[in-house]
Design a protein around this ligand. Structure first.
Ligand code: ZN
Length: 314
């Protein structure tokens, strides 16, 4: 009898009998990469809801509780989602993996557009963004572009980092996480080769996108993004920016204008209307209109290629 009781107590309390950790993720592409690494061992949870923007999401109380309860939170970082940064206040460094901070991650600064932005001397303030960017109502548009998941080279680096972190927390399954990550990297290599070939059709075909989220995709595949309507954090553009885009679009410098699934298409429609540019299908840069799961990362990039090519290089 005594033996049975002590066994029962041990099973309740012992951290030695480790289980697969509860993993929380921020946005669908990160959820997809973690899903690939966990494989048959389990599935991570996802915070961003269907159709939501990564920039103005608000956690429900139950979601904030789930963040606090997670064994590991894998997320892009505070540069993308201040709403999650606040929920992580009490969570220790060992329980979170901000992917932008993973060594080997390629990062880029937002491109400057227009002479007025070049003159204000804020081009090298990337590191100040963390210190005060979150609290300013006016937002800091200089600095690090956090949409780094749109470079598949980063996805490959992150798969390794996710496997290493899960293996540290759950050493019993470390070999499985590592093998799953290796297989996922091979899958991304194949996807990347295919997309490199397809995106070549967009070379020298300038397009306008809704928000400044595609710099990584453009850098990796050599795309000509003429400009974006909204800024990198999806805040509304000023009149000068719209006028500049309207002049360029009317002048024939732009082939396609793409709205986004997470935002009102009106500004993109107005820009394309009566100009030489076509209105493209809505792009989905964060994958929140897609079915979450391990296949979402490939579906996200393939979907962007399909949509952009269908309009700009049909
Ligand atoms: Zn964005």
């Amino acid at each position: 009898m005594r033996y049975i009781i002590s066994l029962a107590l041990a099973s309740l309390a012992s951290p030695l009998w480790a289980e697969v950790p509860k993993v929380m993720t921020d946005i669908p592409p990160v959820h997809a990469l973690v899903s690939q690494v966990m494989g048959d061992l389990g599935a991570p949870d996802l915070l961003l809801e269907r159709g939501a923007s990564e920039h103005d999401f608000q956690l429900r109380p139950s979601q904030a509780a789930a963040v606090a309860d997670a064994g590991l939170v894998v997320w892009i970082g505070p540069e993308l989602t201040p709403w999650l940064d606040r929920a992580l206040d009490g969570v220790g460094d060992g329980a979170q993996l901000p992917l932008l901070a993973v060594p080997g991650t390629l990062t880029r600064a937002y491109a400057e557009e227009g002479a007025h932005m070049a003159e204000d001397g804020h081009d090298d303030h990337a590191h100040e963004h963390d210190d005060h960017g979150h609290e300013e109502e006016g937002h800091d548009h200089s600095g690090l572009d956090p949409h780094a998941w749109l470079d598949p080279a980063n996805a490959k680096v992150w798969l390794g980092a996710i496997a290493a972190e899960l293996g540290r927390i759950d050493p019993d399954n470390a070999a499985t996480y590592a093998a799953n990550a290796t297989a996922a990297v091979a899958g991304i290599d194949q996807l990347d080769a295919d997309l490199t070939q397809r995106f070549a059709a967009l070379k020298d075909r300038p397009v306008v996108v809704f928000h400044d989220a595609y710099g990584y995709l453009a850098d990796h595949y050599g795309l000509a993004i003429f400009g974006s309507i909204a800024l990198g954090d999806a805040t509304a553009p000023g009149a000068a920016r719209l006028t500049e885009l309207r002049d360029a679009t009317a002048g024939g410098a732009v082939l396609c204008v793409f709205p986004e699934a997470q935002h009102d298409p009106k500004l993109a429609e107005q820009l394309a209307e009566g100009s030489g540019a076509r209105l493209g299908p809505a792009l989905d840069p964060n994958g929140s209109t897609l079915e979450p799961g391990p296949g979402l990362y490939a579906a996200l990039l393939t979907g962007l290629a399909d949509a952009m090519i269908s309009c700009a290089a049909p």
